[in-house]
Design a protein around this ligand. Structure first.
Ligand code: XMP
Length: 326
């Protein structure tokens, strides 16, 4: 479509002018925004861009593999993978406050990017310039809700906006900063990205770290990862992926309730299903999933994830709720 062709060309020109002959890295999250931002910058500066995928241990099942398979295959981009699981889990240990979690995750991302930038520069030819730019897939709603827009209150510090440290070593390249998600998807299609990437449901950069209510640790992450995988699998099986904007699954890690399974008493954790419909994530409604789908998810989660003995559905719109619980 005509407008998207123009937006794409103008953005590519602007990025080329900003980066010049220097080098840039782009954090890939597996989501739509960073993928489109990366594809756009690659179009502008080619091999001066290296994408960095940080495995922070807060990913969903199969996510790391998907980035390598789908995105790199589609774009042929240079990819640098960092295993930072321990680093993130250490930094998050014992932290329960949502904003504190977000700030820690944002800070650790940047520290990992700084390390990756040094490695990438060192691996290049001796006359190669250092990496000066960091590309981020920040969207307009991220800016507004982090308090960066005109007069908006700080609702949440999105990890790539309000979560950045003051002593940031990079200049930011944010080619999607004025766009909404539907525009980003159109741009992604314009840039030739496969539909598995373009139509993926949004997933927050801080990942499962903000879907565990309570402190984050490896065991809790494993529990949530299993439950989340089941919920997503059943949604896909029901053919509802595109009807639902996003489907967070949230672990109430500090809550326990009594249940019964077989002859035995259980004392497990509840999980919250949070399927929502939305146009742009600024407002949302709870998705009316068919009862049979909810029932299958509930049965499977309580059968297959030992630590969970109760499944609940969040029926709050945004506002007054937000999409994520933290
Ligand atoms: P809320 O929970 O504020 O979420 O209604 C709105 C949309 O933003 C996503 N989200 C994030 N995305 N970094 C991101 O990249 C973040 O820190 C972040 N926090 C929330 C959320 O999943 C929803 O799509």
């Amino acid at each position: 479509n005509w407008t998207m062709v123009n937006i794409a060309e103008e953005s590519i020109d602007a990025v080329r002018a900003q980066i010049g002959a220097k080098r840039a890295i782009c954090g890939l999250s597996g989501g739509v925004d960073s993928a489109v931002a990366a594809a756009l910058v690659q179009r502008a500066v080619g091999d001066q861009l290296t994408c960095v995928f940080v495995d922070h241990g807060l990913l969903r099942k199969g996510e790391a593999e998907q980035v390598e398979k789908d995105f790199v295959a589609a774009t042929g981009v240079n990819l640098h993978v960092v295993d930072a699981q321990e680093r993130f889990l250490d930094a998050l240990a014992g932290v329960t406050d949502p904003e504190e979690k977000r700030k820690i995750i944002g800070r650790e991302f940047i520290r990992v990017f700084e390390g990756a930038a040094r490695e990438i520069a060192a691996a290049g030819a001796a006359d190669d310039a250092p990496v000066e730019f960091l590309v981020q897939g920040t969207l307009y709603p991220d800016v507004v809700e982090s308090g960066g827009g005109t007069g908006a209150a700080n609702i949440k510090s999105h990890h790539n906006v309000g979560g950045l440290p003051d002593d940031l070593q990079f200049a930011l390249v944010e080619p999607l900063r004025t766009l909404f998600k539907d525009e980003v998807r159109a741009l992604g299609e314009q840039l030739g990205l496969p539909s598995e990437i373009v139509w993926r449901q949004p997933f927050p950069g801080p990942g499962l770290g903000i879907r565990i209510i309570g402190a984050v640790d490896r065991e809790r992450l494993d529990i949530l990862r299993e439950a989340d995988a089941i919920a997503r699998e059943e949604l896909t099986r029901a053919g509802l992926d595109r009807d639902v904007w996003q489907f967070p699954v949230v672990l109430l890690a500090d809550v326990r309730s009594v249940g019964v399974q077989g002859d035995g008493r259980t004392y497990g954790h509840p999980i919250v299903l949070r399927p929502v419909t939305s146009e742009d994530a600024m407002t949302a409604d709870w998705a009316r999933l068919p009862y049979e789908v909810l029932q299958r998810i509930s049965t499977r989660i309580t059968n297959e994830v030992r630590e969970i003995n109760r499944v609940t559905v969040d029926i709050t719109s945004k506002p007054p709720g937000t999409i994520e619980w933290e």
